[in-house]
Design a protein around this ligand. Structure first.
Ligand code: SF4
Length: 244
């Protein structure tokens, strides 16, 4: 049973308090993706769609051993790339996209990763989230990427009611000073990975005491327990009837 998000946003004062706690809790949060240069980060972020960073980190060393730069990846055979990245999921589309992105880098940017949003988003397989990660991590630009963790945690904290990643980005960036946007993304991701997990957040371990989802999570847990108790008692009753 999915835990519903709060139906109302918290006040600005509460939101700022929640974000301050996350900032204190995760002062050194950085991307979990391992990369050695902008090209590797770009490719790793494309591969991380619908896949864990840990899985991507197991895959990219093999990929970059074979294709260390945009030039070599641009010339790659798609079937060979698919074989290497298979465990990342959606491997056919991802192989096609990373080869096309590498071809775009070679054709338009001499093989280098551009530090410009429009140029990044023009590359195949690169959407706003990927561009935001590259801009903030590689170029230290003020950018706030919304992935599945950021989307979920922002809603649970009552920072947003937006139904799209772009809407969440707009709401959260109104609360965080521009120079901290690139860090705020990592606070929320880390919190989502370690404590505010999907589907069951570990509220008892969470430092954000004013979170509006605490009560919702507690209610959902209680309902689950009652449902389980009701199921067990109905099974027991059926067992009694059968054995008579
Ligand atoms: S209190 Fe629970 S729902 Fe709220 S942020 Fe913490 S872990 Fe997530």
């Amino acid at each position: 049973m999915a835990i519903p998000f709060p139906k109302r946003k918290v006040s600005r004062a509460v939101a700022l308090e929640e974000l301050a706690i996350l900032e204190q809790t995760y002062p050194n949060a950085v991307t979990a993706l391992q990369y050695g240069n902008p090209f590797e980060l770009l490719i790793a972020v494309i591969l991380s769609a619908q896949c864990t960073d840990a899985r991507v980190n197991l895959t990219t060393p093999h990929l970059f051993a074979q294709y260390p730069d945009a030039e070599s990846l641009a010339r790659a055979d798609q079937a060979d790339v698919e074989r290497i990245i298979k465990s990342c999921g959606f491997f056919r589309a991802k192989a096609k996209n990373i080869i096309a992105a590498a071809q775009g880098l070679v054709a338009e940017h001499d093989g280098a990763v551009p530090g410009d949003r429009a140029a990044l988003e023009a590359l195949p397989g690169v959407g706003r989230k990927t561009a935001n990660v590259v801009l903030s991590v590689v170029f230290a630009e003020a950018a706030f990427a919304v992935d599945t963790h950021v989307f979920r945690v922002s809603h649970r904290l009552g920072l947003t009611l937006a139904t799209t990643p772009r809407g969440v980005e707009e709401d959260v960036t109104k609360l965080v000073p521009r120079e901290k946007w690139r860090h705020a993304h990592h606070w929320l991701i880390l919190h989502g990975r370690e404590i505010c997990k999907a589907p069951i957040p570990l509220c008892a371990r969470c430092p954000v005491v004013m979170c509006p989802s605490r009560a919702i999570v507690a209610r959902a847990a209680k309902e689950k327990l009652s449902l389980r108790a009701a199921t067990m008692s109905s099974r027991a009753r059926r067992g009694t009837l059968v054995s008579r």
